[in-house]
Design a protein around this ligand. Structure first.
Ligand code: ADP
Ligand code: 5GP
Length: 189
């Protein structure tokens, strides 16, 4: 049976991780995005079952109690995010390569779980000042939420050495090309 592989992305919010993941998903690499569950409300054009499964705090707790989550974290105070086991296993079984967008703790846990079947990639911003600018120009979070994301960035950056690959997203096209190369090399192994 051909099982798919796992590609994990983590980065401080605003680094350009979603932009790079979306670019990668458009390539012919048999990639499928792992749709996480979260208790945060949809942002902008986000739809249930596309970017996330949006759950109430009670529904999320019920999933935890049932043991439905491969991992979960309270990434921001009161905001839970988690990976649904059934979803991922189904995708891997049919040979899809599953792409994860998870926080740094989740990323390290998933890497530990899948070992050599997983490639972990950390997307690094050129600086915290640039991160702030990107979050402000993305204009999808409140000022308070942007501040929470910035406050967490230094902590998240300290996890970079634990990842298999670190890509600095200064010029987007260059970062996309470097990511594509790393993923292709891993999938060909
Ligand atoms: P994340 O998923 O890491 O939170 P996004 O992919 O949403 O980040 O990117 C944050 C914002 O920065 C978006 O508005 C995106 O268009 C922009 N962005 C991404 N990469 C770059 C880059 N290299 N230079 C400038 N802006 C960028
Ligand atoms: P956002 O609110 O910007 O979509 O995501 C906030 C953070 O939650 C990001 O760092 C993202 O990678 C992380 N995240 C999303 N889904 C999961 C998940 O299933 N598990 C964990 N541990 N983190 C997640």
């Amino acid at each position: 049976m051909v099982r798919g592989k796992v590609i994990i992305f983590s980065a401080p919010s605003g680094s350009g991780k979603s932009t790079i993941i979306n670019y990668l998903l458009q390539q012919q690499l048999n990639l499928a995005f792992s749709i996480s569950a979260t208790t945060r409300p949809p942002r902008g054009e986000e739809k249930n079952g596309v970017e996330y499964f949006f759950l109430s705090p009670d529904e999320f707790q019920e999933r935890i109690s049932k043991g439905d989550l491969l991992e979960y974290e309270e990434v921001y105070t009161g905001r839970f995010y988690g990976t649904l086991k059934s979803q991922v296993e189904k995708q891997l079984e049919i040979g899809e390569n599953v792409v994860f967008d998870v926080d740094v703790k989740g990323g390290c846990n998933i890497k530990k779980h899948y070992g050599d079947r997983a490639l972990s990639i950390f997307i690094q911003p050129p600086s915290i000042e640039e991160l702030q600018k990107r979050l402000e120009s993305r204009a999808t979070d409140t000022a308070e939420m942007i501040q929470k994301r910035i406050d967490k960035a230094s902590f998240e950056l300290s996890f970079a050495p634990q990842y298999d690959v670190v890509i600095t997203n200064d010029q987007l096209e260059k970062a996309e090309a470097e990511t594509l190369e790393a993923v292709k090399t891993f999938l060909e192994k």
